[in-house]
Write a protein that binds this ligand. Structure first.
Ligand SMILES: NC(=O)c1ccc[n+]([C@@H]2O[C@H](COP(=O)([O-])OP(=O)(O)OC[C@H]3O[C@@H](n4cnc5c(N)ncnc54)[C@H](O)[C@@H]3O)[C@@H](O)[C@H]2O)c1
Length: 254
């Protein structure tokens, strides 16, 4: 009973975890005894996040690489599995926004958002799953968004990517369930991070969020940890292809 939700000594790779929600997952999993792999493209930011978690006694390892570059992904996954151990849990968290009305959006902004928020999750999952399939065990958690359910103006690329990631979650669950791999998603509501800095700094937007969400506040990174630990532990071994929205009740309310 006690280890139903345990992630102790599990090797957890969190993409884009040098800051924001990913750094929250990294420090939370480390506090619960996991061996955490911090990733991001900025070597110095990865180092600092690793240091901060280490200072609190966590088991943590830094691997800076670009998750959209499949050659780097293949090399680094092999290095992680050799140096730290087989990856038990992959959290596809790295994501970006590039806002513009669709009729004005550059192709570069469209492609970049799809490439990181959707294509990179496929690439990382493909190469991590190969080992999981061989071991007949694994957990993959995709970080989607409220925008997997509904769009907002100027976020067409992001909504398309997150909606795609929700369906990729179901596709991976469908194909890999027979190998005892569970693939689920977490859809965060509005959380204050660098990604949403410009929105939170806008008093009108800030007031709209607080008025729109039943919880009447923005989410904190720690609000996501319970769902992530549940989906990473054996407590969720028969749950596959689902999205848990951690949104303060946003989607429940009209
Ligand atoms: N903040 C929110 O309110 C919110 C809401 C819903 C969903 N999300 C999703 O949560 C995830 C994390 O968002 P955040 O708010 O923490 O963002 P953030 O901008 O604060 O952090 C993004 C992280 O991704 C990393 N990254 C960027 N490009 C990368 C690449 N090519 N390879 C590897 N790492 C890369 C960055 O280094 C950084 O660590 C994203 O997928 C985002 O879409 C966030």
């Amino acid at each position: 009973m006690h280890d139903l939700f345990s992630v102790k000594d599990k090797v957890v790779l969190i993409t884009g975890s040098s800051r924001g929600l990913g750094a929250g997952f990294a420090s939370g999993f480390a506090e619960h005894g996991a061996k955490v792999i911090v990733n991001g493209t900025n070597q110095e930011a990865v180092r600092q996040t690793v240091q901060a978690i280490k200072a609190k006694g966590g088991q943590v390892f830094g691997y800076a690489f670009d998750i959209t570059d499949s050659r780097q992904v293949i090399l680094k996954i092999a290095a992680i599995e050799e140096e730290v151990g087989p990856i038990d849990v992959l959290i596809n968290n790295a994501g970006i926004h590039r806002r513009a009305p669709l009729e004005e959006m550059s192709e570069a902004d469209w492609r970049q958002v799809i490439d990181l928020n959707l294509n990179a999750a496929f690439i990382a999952s493909k190469y991590v799953a190969q080992g999981m399939i061989a071991r007949r065990q694994g957990k993959i958690i995709n970080i989607t968004s409220l925008m997997a359910e509904g769009a907002r103006s100027s976020t067409g690329n992001y909504a398309a990517a997150k909606g795609g990631l929700k369906m990729l979650t179901k596709a991976m669950a469908t194909e890999w369930g027979k190998f005892n791999i569970q693939v689920n998603a977490i859809g965060p509501g509005y959380f204050k991070t660098e990604l949403t800095q410009s929105l939170a700094a806008d008093p009108q937007f800030d007031a709209w969020v607080k008025q729109r969400v039943p919880a009447e506040r923005w989410g904190e990174p720690s609000d996501l940890l319970g769902a992530a630990i549940f989906l990473a532990s054996k407590a969720s071994d028969y749950i596959n292809g689902q999205t848990i929205y951690v949104d303060g009740g946003w989607l429940a309310a009209l």
